[in-house]
Every structure is written in structure tokens, then in C-alpha cells.
Design a protein around this ligand. Structure first.
Ligand SMILES: CC(=O)SCCNC(=O)CCNC(=O)[C@H](O)C(C)(C)COP(=O)(O)OP(=O)(O)OC[C@H]1O[C@@H](n2cnc3c(N)ncnc32)[C@H](O)[C@@H]1OP(=O)(O)O
Ligand SMILES: CC(C)C(=O)C(=O)O
Ligand SMILES: [Mg+2]
Length: 503
């Protein structure tokens, strides 16, 4: 059986130190209930001495959330410890988490204490906490910048004083994975008492290495990892829970370790934390970002459709995401387009498919993403196509509030380009006048309708026209991300119907 790695979630404490992410009691409870469902081993619910509301919030979590250990943070100050105990005492399994800096930088510049008196203060604080609570975690703040000999002395003394968990924080994200892994290994070799307690790490992401450092520590014997959902936390954040958990699970043999996290709850938890803290998740965020399981390039999409293992190392369902998505863009290929068309219920002939593909590329070059509604519109236009006497090629417009709009349009007929220019009382009118000059046939616009087929700033516009030509009414339809071009395509389409009817 592989080693169990205990997951200590500090979203509600270190995560909440993000400016603007403060949670009230009700929100903390909601997240804590979800963390319990996720299966974390420890919830650090807050820093109870920091405010009366946080004391109440931690107390509510302790009283109501069953399953995980509930921890409250305290400085090495008796009053903080009193309040932390007041907050967590009703938990099924309470823990007091005490911390004090151990680096010379913190001792000299912040705490203004010498090493020996700080060591005594740490020991006194653990003993004081121990009077209340069996489970006491001690953190050597800024451990990765601390003198190694001194760090070992502090760790040993705190274990002798009764600490049950020793946490080694990389408080300022200064560590490098090889070095941090070695620090954990050396600590275990140098402080035999560590065998009696749980060894934990707590990494910050200032150099983008929080998860890498945490995993290096796991490889070298750490048994508890402190982390947050979505990697939220002070400054550049903490190690991300979902990344650590999925790395250990995906590479279980390599780590020879496992966690008890119900990974199918990861995505739901991530969404909840993002919503309640009002912190969006970056789209390319590993595991929970919007693009984490989205495939948009043709070669990848083709591979995914043949066998998901070609480009997916995690099944989206395993983290609670419904399915992988094939995003249609200008970089997509025929395999993905064919797949989406089939999903939408289209059964196209090879010739129809090629026409749709050409039009798809044409639109995709100007639009970031082609949605299913875009595709419906493209297909409907291509399938209802009349023989194209004229095809739209390009247009230019000069228009403004103080000038007469001028349009130049190029249409193709039997391989030859025809270009002309015309003015109008608006840009669309100028384009229509220009098309009539090229075709040499007058039309009277009877109806004109323009709508966005899809949402967003780059929505596909669909223009529909009804034009009276030679005494009969012909309808035309055109789409483009550019509404004037959609109008021009619709107008040409109406004339093509007229020609198809006259032949
Ligand atoms: C690495 C971490 O994430 S540590 C946790 C950080 N989180 C927070 O600070 C959020 C909650 N904090 C707070 O609400 C407040 O800072 C409080 C209630 C803890 C303290 O507030 P105040 O009494 O007003 O002190 P203030 O915040 O101005 O300064 C911190 C004091 O704690 C001391 N201190 C800092 N860490 C510790 C510690 N681990 N043990 C003992 N004292 C400490 C500082 O030296 C300073 O003392 P000084 O005023 O004698 O110089
Ligand atoms: C309180 C401690 C564990 C901490 O958050 C840190 O050192 O980053
Ligand atoms: Mg921290």
C-alpha cells in the first residue's frame, strides 16, 4: 500500500488573505462543507484572533462540519492561542496551529528577538496550546530561509514540547524543488524525533514553484501538504490543491503515495471558491481552468477523436468536469468539424462538407471561436445555396458621420473579378448600390433584417434581405462577423436566386 499524503486545506485562512477575498461566516461554512465532501484531511478555517467575525466563522465550521480536523491559526502569543481554542474546541477533531518565524530575517527584522528567546517562545507556545488541545501543529515560518542547525533545534524542541505536526513553510516562495526536497530529507535524517510526528510542508508560489516544491517534499518524506483551492493565497498564492492531488494520482507509481481526495468533487469546489472569493480562474489553469480539457487544434482534435489518451493524461470526469470539449477555431481540422456536424445532426455529402469547411475556415479566420449556432447558420446557408452566378469577394467602406458613405465591392463571375464603387445614404446602401452597378440590374429592397446569430463582441451577424428584382421578390441570406459583409452576401444571394430563376 502506498503512503497516504494528508491534505491540509488552508483556503479559508491563507487563501482568504488575498485582498478582496474576505469571506463571511456563511460563506466559510459553505466552502468548509464542500471541502469535507472533497475529502480533505484538515480544514484550516481561519485565524480566530484576527477579528470577532473570524472567531465566529471558525467556531461555526468547528461545530457544524464533520469529518476533517478543524484547525485555527495562532501566533506564539497566549491570547491568540486562547482564542484559537475558543474557536475550534467544539470540533470533532480540533487542532491549534501555532507559528513563529525561524529565519534570521524574521527574527531580527520583524520579531526583533534573538534565536534563543524565540526558541523558548516557540516551546512555551506549544506547551500552552497543548494544555487545551491534544493536536498541536507548529510551523517554523520562513523555514526555507532559516539556518539549518537552528531550524533542527526548533523542530526538535517543539516536538519535545508536544507538537503533533511539524510544518516547514516556504513562506516567501524562495525554495527550488531539488533544494527543498533535500531540506526535508536532511531534516528527517537530522531530527530523529520527526518519526513520532507528522511532517508537513506549506509552499508559496512567488517563483511559480509552489506545487513543484510541495511534490519534491512529498518525494522526500513529507506526509502532509498545505494547499488551497485554485492556488489562492497571499501574494502569488499557495500550492494548488487540485494540482498536487492530480499529480500524485496521475503519477502514483512515481510518488508511491496517494491522497483520500474525492477527485470528482474538485471542479465543483473550484467553482465555488472562485465564485465566493470573486477570483476568476485563469483559463489555462491546470486541472480546473476553462481550457484544461479543451482541444482546439486540428491535429490534437483528430487524436482525441481517435483515442483520448493521445492528448489527455487525466479524464475530465475524474475531476468532475462533464466532458472534454473540442473548440472549433481556424486551427481546427476536418475531423473535428465533421464530428461537431454529426453531433448537430447533419449528414452531409462529401461535396457539401467541403463547401461548409471552406466557409467555416473563412469565418473562423475572423472569429475567435465557432459555436454550434455559428455552424448551424453556416450549414443552412451552404445547403440552401443557389447556383452562384456572382460570388462575393471583398469590400471596402469609407463612412463617417460627416461624409457620404462610399463603398467599393469586388464580385467574381466565372473566374473574373469585377470591382466598382458607389455612394449611398448609409454604408449598407452604398454597398447595395455598388452590387447593382456591377451586376447591371436594379433591385428594390423590400425588407432587411440583421441579427446576431451568436453572443459576444465577435458574434456572427446574419443578414436577411427581400429584394424586388424584375417584378418578383427574391430573398437572400448572408453571414459574416462583419455585418456590412453579411449584408453584401445576402444581397448577392438574392440576385443569384433571380438569375437561377431566369435561366
Ligand atoms: C505567513 C502568514 O501567513 S502569517 C498569517 C498572516 N495573517 C494575518 O496576519 C491575518 C490576521 N492578522 C491580524 O488580524 C492581525 O495582524 C493580528 C490580530 C494577528 C495582530 O494585530 P496587531 O496586534 O494589530 O499587530 P500587527 O498586525 O500590527 O503586527 C503584528 C505583531 O505580531 C508579531 N508577530 C508576528 N508573527 C508572530 C508570531 N508568529 N508570534 C508572535 N508574534 C508575532 C509582530 O512582531 C507584531 O508585533 P509588534 O507589534 O510587537 O511588532
Ligand atoms: C502560518 C504559516 C504556516 C504560513 O502561512 C506561511 O509560513 O506561509
Ligand atoms: Mg502561508
Amino acid at each position: 500500500m502506498s503512503r497516504k499524503i494528508h491534505i491540509f486545506d488552508t483556503t479559508l485562512r491563507d487563501g482568504e488573505q488575498v485582498p478582496g477575498a474576505k469571506l463571511n461566516r456563511r460563506q466559510k461554512l459553505e466552502i468548509a462543507e464542500q471541502l469535507a465532501k472533497l475529502g480533505v484531511d484538515v480544514i484550516e478555517a481561519g485565524f480566530p484572533c484576527s477579528s470577532p467575525e473570524d472567531l465566529q466563522a471558525v467556531r461555526s465550521v468547528a461545530e457544524q462540519v464533520k469529518g476533517p480536523v478543524i484547525a485555527g491559526l495562532a501566533r506564539a502569543v497566549p491570547q491568540d492561542i486562547d482564542i484559537a481554542w475558543e474557536a475550534v474546541q467544539k470540533a470533532e477533531r480540533p487542532r491549534i496551529h501555532v507559528f513563529l518565524g525561524s529565519s534570521d530575517i524574521h527574527l531580527q527584522k520583524k520579531l526583533r528577538q534573538d534565536r534563543e528567546s524565540a526558541l523558548q517562545r516557540a516551546v512555551d507556545a506549544v506547551r500552552y496550546a497543548k494544555k487545551y488541545c491534544e493536536d498541536v501543529e507548529y510551523s517554523t515560518e520562513d523555514a526555507s530561509r532559516s539556518d539549518f542547525e537552528y531550524l533542527c533545534r526548533v523542530v526538535d524542541a517543539c516536538i519535545q514540547a508536544g507538537a503533533t505536526v511539524i510544518n516547514i513553510p516556504d513562506t516567501v516562495g524562495y525554495a527550488i524543488p531539488d533544494q527543498f526536497g533535500e531540506l526535508i530529507l536532511k531534516l528527517k535524517e537530522t531530527v530523529p524525533a520527526l518519526d513520532r510526528v507528522r511532517l508537513s510542508v506549506h509552499c508559496h508560489n512567488d517563483l511559480g514553484l509552489a506545487v513543484a516544491n510541495t511534490l519534491a517534499a512529498v518525494r522526500n518524506g513529507a506526509e502532509q501538504v498545505e494547499c488551497t483551492i485554485n492556488g489562492v493565497g497571499e501574494r502569488a498564492g499557495n500550492a494548488s490543491l487540485e494540482e498536487i492531488v492530480m499529480a500524485i494520482r496521475t503519477r502514483e507509481a512515481f510518488f508511491d503515495a496517494h491522497t483520500d481526495i474525492r477527485t470528482t468533487e474538485i471542479y465543483r469546489t473550484s467553482r465555488m471558491v472562485s465564485r465566493l472569493m470573486n477570483i476568476p480562474v485563469q483559463p489555462n489553469k491546470a486541472i480546473v481552468g476553462a481550457n484544461a480539457f479543451a482541444h482546439s487544434s486540428g491535429i490534437h482534435q483528430d487524436g482525441i477523436l481517435k483515442d483520448r489518451s493521445t492528448y489527455e493524461i487525466i479524464r475530465p470526469e475524474d475531476v468532475g468536469i462533464k466532458a472534454h470539449t473540442l473548440v472549433l477555431t481556424a486551427r481546427s481540422g476536418r475531423a473535428a468539424l465533421r464530428h461537431r456536424l454529426k453531433e448537430l445532426g447533419y449528414d452531409l455529402t462529401p461535396e457539401q462538407f467541403e463547401r461548409v469547411h471552406q466557409r467555416f475556415l473563412n469565418v473562423a479566420d475572423r472569429k475567435k471561436e465557432i459555436s454550434s449556432q455559428d455552424l448551424n447558420s453556416i450549414v443552412e446557408i451552404e445547403l440552401s445555396k443557389v447556383p452562384e452566378t456572382y460570388t462575393f469577394e471583398s469590400l471596402q467602406i469609407m463612412s463617417g458621420s460627416t461624409m457620404t458613405p462610399l463603398a467599393s465591392v469586388t464580385l467574381m463571375k466565372e473566374g473574373t473579378a469585377f470591382t466598382d464603387a458607389a455612394t449611398g445614404n448609409g454604408p449598407v446602401n452604398a454597398v447595395f448600390n455598388c452590387i447593382e452597378r456591377i451586376i447591371g440590374q436594379q433591385g428594390t429592397l423590400r425588407d432587411y433584417d440583421l441579427k446576431a446569430v451568436t453572443m459576444g463582441k465577435d458574434a456572427l451577424g446574419e443578414a436577411m434581405v427581400r429584394v424586388e428584382i424584375g417584378g418578383a421578390i427574391y430573398s437572400g441570406i448572408g453571414t459574416s462577423p462583419d455585418v456590412i459583409e453579411a449584408s453584401a452576401r445576402a444581397y448577392v444571394n438574392a440576385f443569384n436566386r433571380f438569375f437561377a430563376n431566369s435561366h
